[in-house]
Structures are given as C-alpha cells and as structure tokens.
Design a protein around this ligand. Structure first.
Ligand code: ADP
Length: 178
C-alpha cells in the first residue's frame, strides 16, 4: 500500500507499507539503541542485510544519546547512508514527546549535512521501545513537516510502516498536513 502527497513547501511525503531496508532513498533511518550495538526489529534487519561494515562504522562512535543520530555508510543496501537514530524508550512521561520529536529533527539534520535529498523513516520507538503508535505518528509527521518547511533541500520523505494499522494512522495524519 502506498500514498503520496506533495506538501505546499514542495516536499513529497510518501506513506507506505514495506521493509525499510529495501528503500532506495539517499538515506534510511535506523531505529537504533544508544550503544549502537544492533538488536532486533529495524536495527537487526539493517545490519543483517547491509553487512558487517555498518557495525564496524557504528563501533567508532561508541554510542549516541537518546534523541540524537549518527551517520554511517549503507553497506550492501540500496541507500547511500544509514542514519542511526536513538528514539526514547517510552515512559509515559511528558519528556517522551520532546525526545521523539528531537530524534526526527536530528535525523533530518544528519541527512542535510550528508547531502541527502530523500530519506526513509521507520516508526521510531514504537516497537521494542513501546511508544504507542497513535501518539508517535503525529509527532513524527509534524516534526518532519516543520523541518522541510525550513529546509526545502529535502525533496522526499518516506514513512515505511510494517503494519496496516500503522499505515492507516499515517494516511490519516498525511491528510491533515498542508
Ligand atoms: P524501537 O526499538 O525504536 O521501538 P523497533 O525496530 O523495535 O524500534 O520497531 C520500530 C517499528 O519498526 C515497529 O513498528 C516495527 O514493527 C517496525 N519494523 C520492524 N522491522 C522493520 C523493517 N524491516 N522495516 C520497517 N519497519 C520495521
């Protein structure tokens, strides 16, 4: 399933179901952990398909704080870069939303610094990290919308969802965006 919408600022938002590792955007975003140590979910899929050189680069950073992101090459993946973003572990406290928004913003700052024009995001923090998808979705999309309004260099953002309910949430939110 796929839905596309060009926003007033000129950036194309694409909402789709699929596997983030298959995206051919300039960068794909990894839902990483703060040790950049790999794991399950998106992280496991990226390292499994991208090959060991991504982890070799990750080790050089020695970690990344929650809300921030680092960039590596993309090994055998179609993308040119992997942006390893550390979303918050859901706690139910108000800081969750701030940290989740910061994670998307820092990821896009990394994309701009690396010269990327297109970026694919998974639904950060909503798997093992427990963030309710219905709360995370508007934060993800609004933060990206605000960012591209200020940084028109990003031409295309893909939101790659793993389930039909998540896809439906993103489509509903996409309709709200101008
Ligand atoms: P986090 O630890 O940040 O919660 P996860 O990787 O556990 O990250 O999950 C984030 C979201 O990504 C979940 O909705 C999960 O179902 C989804 N997901 C898992 N694997 C993939 C994949 N290969 N491509 C896209 N989304 C995926």
């Amino acid at each position: 399933m796929i839905r596309r919408k060009t926003l007033e600022c000129g950036t194309l938002f694409v909402v789709l179901t699929g596997d983030i590792t298959a995206q051919a955007t300039d960068a794909i975003v990894n839902a990483a952990n703060s040790r950049l140590a790999g794991g399950g979910g998106v992280d496991g899929a990226i390292h499994a398909k991208g090959g060991p050189e991504i982890m070799a680069e990750c080790r050089k950073f020695g970690g990344c704080p929650t809300g921030y992101a680092v960039v590596t090459g993309a090994g055998r993946l179609k993308a040119k870069h992997v942006i390893h973003a550390v979303g918050p572990i859901y706690s139910g406290l108000t800081d969750d939303a701030r940290l989740l928004a910061l994670t998307y913003k820092k990821s896009l700052e990394c994309a701009v610094k690396s010269g990327c024009k297109s970026v694919s995001f998974p639904s950060i923090s909503t798997g093992a990290y427990g963030y309710p998808p219905a709360d995370a979705c508007p934060i993800a999309m609004k933060t990206c919308h605000d960012f591209v309004n200020d940084n028109p260099v990003i031409e295309e953002i893909h939101f790659v969802l793993f389930s039909d309910p998540d896809f439906a949430l993103y489509v509903e939110q996409l309709e709200e965006l101008k």
